[in-house]
Design a protein around this ligand. Structure first.
Ligand code: HSE
Length: 437
């Protein structure tokens, strides 16, 4: 049988890894797919040939990606250039030309996936995107296929390797934020615009996709709440540790009676949880279902070959389904397109979680009583209090509260009132907290 012909867009970190792995494991991959898989046409503006094994196996390499998607010999286009444009135009053009598409571009899918999937369904082709979410972990396959019997209750994931690497190095080695970020960029983990990692936008792209495949709803990135790790201080990492918690940048989506929570923010989680011990660039996704209970998926969330692993798995899946009628393939969002429901995504004020609060209190009688009075009046129950001795020459003493679950709106009101107290200095540091039990 003829090899399946691949058009590859991009020869950067992931593109290079894809060529290397496809070359190194060619015969094993062909044994699985049932056909040989060959990259016949690639396009890249800039690449380092010394880092890519098997470049000489590609028939044609140019700098014109539009020629690749127009090439009549290409069966499957792999898009690894990232960003919105021209990635979107290229993907839509490939679909229009009847080609299947594999992409690692979570930003593109989170923002334009509804349009892209509709175009693909109209044309009877597949757009696969496993590599976009949690790097090499096959989480899309697990949720769309392996858990298809279940009602999914919630998903909580460490889904940005760069952010997790920064938080881990800050905790373990007391390293400086900027210094660790620079290293993550050099290692090829960070996004082209690293604020996407640090501000949680990359995690929000991935969470938007996970929410849609968990609950069967169209993609709604604009409704995903996003808070970055930039405000987390070394002292918070230390106090959380003293209280038995770790701070992780989590993406959480949960089905509640009033709607879907979809939020990315730094989160305290009990250190005894497996996911609290996921360190460095590793990712982990915890999925809570009604039938199977909790399942945890762990692995490398970024990097050349881990991401290539997911890209190639998607190619193999497509090759295996080439002779399957389009309506019998796995639907793009795991639910049949006509069965998607426009579920209500809750505004952050309506979501419910527990909290870590750190404040600077004047060291005098009655201040803590005022704070606890406000919390009590707002219906907020206190779980733990940690008060530190003031430093020798300091006028304020740090006080940390852990609270029970409460609506974000109640907490916002309480924080506003506490910050107005004479006995409290400056802004309160608030980090959300989840037991993940
Ligand atoms: N910048 C991303 C991360 C790459 O650090 O997780 C993988 O999506």
């Amino acid at each position: 049988m003829e090899p399946v012909k691949i058009g590859l867009l991009g020869l950067g970190t992931v593109g290079g890894g894809t060529v290397s792995v496809l070359t190194r494991n060619a015969s094993e991959i062909a044994r699985r797919a049932g056909r040989e898989i060959k990259i016949t046409h690639a396009a890249a503006k800039d690449y380092n040939p010394d880092l890519i094994q098997g470049l000489d196996q590609i028939d044609l390499i140019s700098d014109d990606a539009f020629k690749v998607v127009a090439d009549p010999n290409v069966d499957i286009v792999i898009e690894l250039i990232g960003g919105y444009s021209p990635a979107k135009e290229l993907v839509l053009k490939a679909i229009e030309n009847g080609k299947h598409v594999v992409t690692a571009n979570k930003a593109l899918i989170a923002l334009h996936g509804n349009e892209i999937f509709a175009a693909a369904e109209a044309k009877g082709v597949t757009v696969a995107y496993e590599a976009g979410i949690a790097g090499g972990i096959p989480i899309i396959k697990a949720v769309r296929e392996g858990l298809a019997a279940n009602q999914i209750e919630w998903i909580a994931g460490i889904i940005n390797g760069t952010g997790n690497y920064i938080l881990t190095e800050m905790r373990d080695k007391g390293r400086d934020f900027e210094d660790v970020l620079k290293e993550a960029q050099e290692l090829g983990y960070a996004e082209a615009d690293p604020t996407f990692d640090v501000e949680g936008i990359d995690a929000a792209h991935k969470l938007t996709i996970l929410g849609s495949i968990a609950f069967g709803m169209p993609l709604q990135f604009d409704k995903t709440f996003t808070e970055g790790i930039g405000k987390v201080e070394q002292q918070d990492v230390l106090y959380a540790g003293e209280l038995g918690y770790r701070i992780k940048h989590l993406g959480i989506t949960r089905k509640t009676e009033s709607g879907i929570e979809q939020r990315v923010h730094p989160t305290l989680i009990p250190e005894r949880r497996l996911i609290a011990n996921v360190d460095g660039v590793m990712n982990a996704v915890l999925v809570k279902c009604d039938a199977v209970g909790p399942t945890l998926y762990y692995g490398a969330g970024a990097g050349a070959e881990p991401t290539a692993s997911a890209v190639i798995a998607d190619v193999v899946d497509i090759v295996r389904s080439l002779t399957t009628a389009p309506e019998n393939r796995v639907p793009h969002l795991g639910f049949q397109a006509n069965a998607l429901v426009d579920l209500n995504i809750l505004p952050m004020e309506e979501t419910e979680t527990a909290y870590y609060l750190r404040m600077q209190a004047v060291d005098q009688p009655g201040v803590l009583a005022d704070v606890t009075q406000i919390l009590g009046d707002s219906g907020i129950s206190i779980e733990a209090i940690l008060q530190k001795e003031p430093a020798e020459d300091a006028s304020y003493v740090p006080v940390i509260f852990l609270t029970q679950r409460i609506k974000e709106k109640n907490m916002n009101d309480a924080i506003a009132k506490i910050e107005k107290l004479d006995g409290i200095n400056g802004e309160i540091m608030r980090i959300r907290m989840e037991t993940l039990g």
